[in-house]
Design a protein around this ligand. Sequence first.
Ligand code: 2P0
Length: 345
Amino acid sequence: MSVKIISKTCTGPVNIAVIKYWGKRDEKLILPINASLSGTLDQQQLRAKTTVAASAGFTKDRMWLNGQEQSLDNPRLQNVLKEIRRRARKRKSGCEDDLDMLTWRVHICSENNFPTAAGLASSAAGLACLVFSLSKLFNVDGDISDIARQGSGSACRSVYGGFVEWEMGKEKDGSDSVARQVASENHWPEMRVLILVVSADKKHVGSTAGMQTSVKTSPLLKHRAEKIVPERMQAMIEAIQKKDFESFADLTMKDSNQFHSVCLDTYPPISYMTDISHKIVRMVHAINAHFKKSVLAYTFDAGPNACLYLLEDHVPLVLGFINHFFPYDVNNEQYIRGLLSEPQK
Ligand code: 2P0
């Protein structure tokens, strides 16, 4: 006797925030204390890849990440699976096979082609990809960014390409805390991102725990969420719509700096940036001073690695500076690799 297995394989992109998410008002539903905005990278260099399979022959839901079996005894993953099955059931337009399928267990196999948990948005790409693959497997249509959000907050932004806003929302049930595209992947085709891997080690404080401590202890975070981010979001959306790189760059760098200031304002403090990260900041400002305007913007997430936004024309020159200031040294594990990614495709 043969047992039917249905499977789907999808890939999911990384997103790099230019207005950062840091802090939740609801831990279970993953509702943020401020809106955020990111660019979605193309999938040539960095991506998650997930295969989901369902079968009447599987005895329980199981998951493997980069070849290692992971426990699915995780409330976030359970919520994601429950919500996908709930929506599939609600749709009810499927054939009998479809309805049968809702009782089948799933096997999930996911891999990233870049360091996991090193502040390179691996959870965003992974969870967005998982939710997208499950939605294809169970024929769930419509916006799935709210389901991705329940897997990992920033994952909701990886559901769309181009520049994407995660709206904070007002509703208690999170129904309006969703991602929406601010500009499509074709809007600013000259935009590039260089990722400088300072360290591929796991971060010393995870984002989820780090932001919980920040919400409890940082007065700067409260001020940022209430006063700074709402104005900055508007200015950022305008800069993107007008393709005003200078404003885009200045806002991006200021927001990264404020996020890391919040980390230091957290008690006990959190420091994600290293001496090399700070050296990159100085290099970027030196390059911008040379041009007498911002042609390059850094942004750092919950880790020491730098993401540099710039326009295509400046890539060769900036790579020249990077090679000059951070020469490749095989004996030094802290060397920097420049990965060139086009953010929008
Ligand atoms: C961001 N980060 O906007 C910010 C900037 C890190 C620094 O979103 O607890 O992994 O799963 O919602 O989404 C990292 O936080 O945290 C993050 P959870 P998540 O990209």
